[in-house]
Design a protein around this ligand. Sequence first.
Ligand code: SAM
Length: 365
Amino acid sequence: MRFIFIFGRNPELSRFELDSFFESRSFEYNIVTAGTRGVVVDFRKNIDTDLLVRELGGTLKICSVIESKDSLNLPDSKFKWGISVYEPDISFSKVKEDFKQFFKKSGVKAMFYWPSRGGKGVQELTPTDIIKKKLFEIVVFKNFTGLTVSVFNPVLFEQRDLGRPNVDHSQVISIRLARIMLNFAGVKPGKNLIDPFCGAGTILQEALFIGANASGLDIDLKMTKDADENLRWFSEKYKTASSWDVRSGDARKLSSYFTSRNFDFIVTEPYLGPLLKKAPSFPEAQKIVSELNVLYSKVFKEFLKVVKPGGKIVIVLPEFVTESNKVLALNKDFIESDFEIIKALPYFEERHKLKRVIYVLKPKF
Ligand SMILES: C[S@@+](CC[C@H](N)C(=O)[O-])C[C@H]1O[C@@H](n2cnc3c(N)ncnc32)[C@H](O)[C@@H]1O
């Protein structure tokens, strides 16, 4: 079976997420071709695309590759259809005309739907377009044509985010990023995970959703109470069966709160320095970086004491862009002395005043 996977706005993250997910879940797969917006994948066995698109944070659409138009299962009654063309060299109007003729010849009633945003020049339908208008979508990627079979549903993520009893959006990472990080690590049902800077518990709730046991620590007592309440709400609403345990304490003494070398995964967005309203001056950035170097070097020593041999660590670390556009990164000695860097991928959103790099690490010892 051959499928096209179309990625979201951080394609590099989406691609690494996909590979990590398939490998950790032992999928037998082969990448046929890859481009910036997606990949074409062959699978040896049947896959549940609806489940996959719910599990992946960075994939927007999964499309089943069609060898010829005649193999398409067309709807019986009148339907709306649309196209997304991810190849600049392939003409949108030509694909549209080809399919229009084909539908006419097949005797079906099909109404063409232009993308809601950007007018006729836009070549991409959003998941919201596809879901709301119940579109039959044709996708062209590389030299493959596909029919969209499963779409990322933003409403499902919103429910897991906005429905929480306690949430301050200036403090928490997005559900989507939490999922991507968990998939980078290869978190699976039944495994043990810890977030030593758990905040309101976003990473922990998504770990529960996967079926992993989730432990969290936060220095702020209010945050641990908030996280505990959020996780209670989450586990009842989503009927998750795995356990959670949130404690109040300092990540610099992590190993004093939890059993040693018990965790398969550490996944966290730690304290990243004070909230910045504007780009810092060079001396301000230097001060923050040197404070964070001290904090992280202690915390990384603790990571070694709690993570299992062969375990994985996925952590977001900051880089500061000063008002004069100089980039100040952390001293990486505390990582390189004890951990192997499997991957380091930048993650940047306009609304953030700092750059973030997601590291995937494994202990050397
Ligand atoms: C960026 S937030 C984490 C957000 C969390 N990942 C989420 O999405 O809900 C960082 C958290 O680290 C906590 N923190 C700061 N210093 C800490 C320390 N030394 N030990 C443990 N937690 C700490 C803060 O109270 C804050 O809740």
